[in-house]
Design a protein around this ligand. Structure first.
Ligand code: CA
Length: 228
C-alpha cells in the first residue's frame, strides 16, 4: 500500500514539481491549492503526511496546522519562504514535524519526508532494498555491503549503523538517535558505543578504500553525505 502525501501549495509550479518528484519516489500524491482545501483534505482523506506551505490563500499554513492539530497528529512538514526564522519557530511550536526553507533542494525534502515518516513509526513499505553512496553499495535484503564491487564483512550492529546513516543521507543523525535505532530503546550499555562502531566501520571502509564515508559533526552526531 502506497504512502499518500498531501501537498498544500498555491504556487502551481512548485506544486506540480513536488507532485512529479513524489510520484517518482513511489508516493501517492494529493494536492490542495489553498489552506481551507488543504485542511479539509488532511482531515477527511487518508493521508500519511502533509507538505504544507505557510503563505496560502484562504487560511495560512500556521492556521491550517493549528486547526489540524486539534484532532490529528498527522506528520506535517512546513515550507517557509526564504529564511523567515520566526516562521520556522512558529511552525515547530505549532506542532510541525519539520520545516523546509524555500528554495530547497528536492533531495533534502525527500530525505526529511523519509525521516519524518520513519520517526512516526510507519512506512516499511517504502524502504529501499538498495542503498548507496559513491561506490558503496548496501543490499538490505541480502544483508550485503560492497565497495567498488569488493565485498565488505560487517557485524550486525555495524551493518545497522551504516544502514541508518545511508537511509538518511545528507542528514546529521545524533548519537542518541543512532543508539536507539542500532541498539534499541532499552540499551543499557556504554553510551559511547556508537563512536566505537563508527571507528570499526571506518577501519573496514575508510582505511581500506582510502575514502571518507562517515562524517563526524562535532557535538551532534554523524552523517553520510552524497559526494560533492
Ligand atoms: Ca505560497
Amino acid at each position: 500500500m502506497a504512502v499518500t502525501i498531501l501537498i498544500v501549495e498555491d504556487e502551481e509550479k512548485i506544486g506540480r514539481f513536488l507532485e512529479l518528484e513524489l510520484v517518482h519516489e513511489g508516493y501517492e500524491v494529493m494536492k490542495a491549492v489553498n489552506g481551507r482545501e488543504g485542511l479539509e483534505k488532511a482531515q477527511n482523506s487518508k493521508v500519511d503526511l502533509v507538505v504544507l506551505d505557510v503563505m496560502l490563500p484562504a487560511l495560512n499554513g500556521f492556521e491550517v496546522l493549528r486547526r489540524l492539530r486539534k484532532n490529528s497528529d498527522i506528520p506535517v512538514i512546513m515550507l517557509t519562504a526564504r529564511d523567515e526564522v520566526m516562521d520556522k519557530v512558529a511552525g515547530l511550536d505549532g506542532g510541525a514535524d519539520d520545516y523546509m526553507t524555500k528554495p530547497f533542494a528536492i533531495e533534502e525534502l525527500l530525505a526529511r519526508i523519509r525521516l519524518v515518516l520513519k520517526k512516526r513509526g510507519g512506512v516499511v513499505h517504502l524502504e529501499k532494498n538498495q542503498l548507496s553512496v559513491g561506490k558503496l553499495r548496501m543490499d538490505v535484503q541480502r544483508y550485503e555491503v560492497s565497495y567498488d564491487g569488493k565485498s565488505v564483512e560487517l557485524t550486525h550492529r555495524e551493518f545497522e549503523l551504516l544502514r541508518v546513516l545511508l537511509e538518511n543521507k545528507n542528514i546529521v543523525i545524533s548519537r542518541d538517535t543512532l543508539l536507539e535505532k542500532v541498539c534499541g530503546y532499552d540499551y543499557m550499555g556504554e553510551t559511547n558505543i556508537i563512536d566505537v562502531y563508527v571507528r570499526y566501520l571506518r577501519s573496514k571502509l575508510d582505511d581500506v578504500f582510502q575514502v571518507k564515508i562517515i562524517q563526524t559533526v562535532r557535538g551532534v552526531g554523524y552523517c553520510i553525505k552524497d559526494e560533492n
